[in-house]
Design a protein around this ligand. Structure first.
Ligand SMILES: Cc1cc2nc3c(=O)[nH]c(=O)nc-3n(C[C@H](O)[C@H](O)[C@H](O)COP(=O)(O)OP(=O)(O)OC[C@H]3O[C@@H](n4cnc5c(N)ncnc54)[C@H](O)[C@@H]3O)c2cc1C
Length: 381
């Protein structure tokens, strides 16, 4: 067997969870982890609700890369973005070095597409996808009273709720008629919007930001397609994240459009010896519900010599929106229909496939209490 290490590209939740699982299984295997930035560990989900309560960026760091390197006995390459994969030579290409691998794991996460806008301040629109973005935004928020958020993704709703309940005047702008429209059906989407409005968020839906111009030294003027002109202190975008696939695509790995790097049930890509997990991977339908923990556990076994399929036990997403309790279990990409029931206390939205089997759900308000009951009825593969 090659003496080269197992290399993991990506120091996010997926990369570190896999490194931990591999080390638990094998005390001696040589593991390298490549971090595009400093490689510090922090809970990414907290970025969208830590702002309003003024958590300082440094307070979010759970462990530094140096601590992780010592704790796990691995080599962490900080500030080492991978530029290319030389599949033929089994090597990663960095800016000024090459690293050989025995097995390669891509844990590249997702990226936020920048909105295409006109105007003198179009390039100043911020996004938050990592701790340094949060640090910048946190700094910029000092003295800010009003914000425009472009997009109505899960983080957009969480940011909006968090900031509005902490006294900021928040306006959220997006093209669909209600938030999360590509993931959830109408009744529950409208309920989410109502609850957030009650918490102080202003929505301009069915609309689109066209241009952003500077207003004097301080603020911005935002112009929308429907003709609204808003004066605001800050603009940031929280669009739907897209799996990061460019590195894999350039190396000739198969990609599933808008879903990620194609992997099989063992999380191996179309190129033997290269695997992917987490937000960059397009899992097959049979395991699409597998959590990152389950993926890491199974992949560590596979890399250790026992091909293993991740446990597909679903883990619904709970929105961090205190104004609106909501649990989301995305259905797979299959044909089917949503059925919704609403009362004043909550909304239950169930997705059934053509055979009438429950394949996904969204629960809001008091309906969240029935989460485990619906989970037990869910058909997973
Ligand atoms: C603001 C926000 C709020 C969120 N809230 C929630 C939530 O409440 N619940 C939830 O389940 N999910 C939430 N998510 C999504 C969640 O963060 C992701 O599902 C999770 O981070 C995926 O982990 P990952 O390790 O696959 O990707 P990431 O955590 O994104 O890690 C990928 C890593 O790969 C690195 N990388 C990329 N390319 C290269 C390269 N070429 N070379 C070296 N390194 C590279 C990146 O720098 C990054 O460190 C949120 C996301 C955001 C942005």
């Amino acid at each position: 067997m090659s003496a080269a290490p197992i290399l993991i590209v990506g120091a996010g939740i997926a990369g570190y969870t896999l490194a931990r699982a591999l080390r638990r299984r094998d005390a001696t295997v040589s593991i390298g982890l490549l971090a595009a930035h400093d490689g510090d560990v922090y809970p990414k989900a907290a970025l969208s609700y830590a702002m309003g309560v003024n958590r300082r960026p440094v307070e979010l760091v759970q462990a530094t890369a140096k601590m992780m390197q010592e704790r796990l006995g691995i080599t962490i390459y900080q500030h080492s973005p991978v530029h290319a994969i030389d599949v033929g030579a089994s090597e990663l290409v960095l800016k000024s070095a090459r690293l050989a691998y025995r097995q390669l794991v891509l844990a590249l996460g997702s990226e936020l597409p920048r909105p295409r806008l006109d105007g003198t301040a179009a390039a100043s629109v911020l996004t938050v996808n990592r701790l340094s973005d949060y640090a910048y935004l946190h700094h910029q928020l000092q003295g800010v009273h009003s914000l425009v958020i472009i997009g109505s993704s899960v983080p957009a709703c969480e940011f909006a709720n968090d900031l509005a309940s902490n006294g900021f005047a928040v306006t959220l702008i997006d093209t669909p008629p209600y938030p999360l429209a590509s993931r959830i059906p109408t009744l529950v989407g409208e309920r989410l919007m109502t609850r957030l409005e009650q918490a102080g968020v202003r929505f301009l839906m069915d609309d689109k930001v066209l241009r952003i111009d500077r207003r004097g030294e301080e603020g911005f003027r935002v112009l929308t397609a429907a003709g609204s002109a808003l004066e605001t202190d800050m603009v940031f975008a929280a669009p739907m994240p897209q799996p990061r696939t460019a590195l894999a695509e350039a190396a000739g790995l198969e990609i599933v459009r808008d879903a990620g790097i194609k992997v099989n049930e063992r999380l191996t890509t179309s190129v033997p010896g290269i695997h992917a997990l987490g937000a960059c991977a397009a899992l097959p339908g049979s395991i699409h519900t597998a959590s990152i923990d389950a993926q890491a556990e199974a992949l560590s076994a596979t890399l250790h010599g026992t091909p293993t399929r991740p446990d597909p036990r679903p883990l619904p997403l709970r929105l961090n929106t205190p104004a609106c309790a909501m649990v989301l279990m995305d259905p797979p990409r299959i044909h089917g229909e949503w059925h919704e029931k609403a009362n004043r206390g909550g909304v239950t939205s169930l997705f059934h496939d053509r055979r009438g089997q429950l394949r996904g759900f969204v629960l809001e308000g008091s309906a969240v209490d029935a989460r485990d009951r619906w989970l037990a009825k869910l058909t997973v593969s």
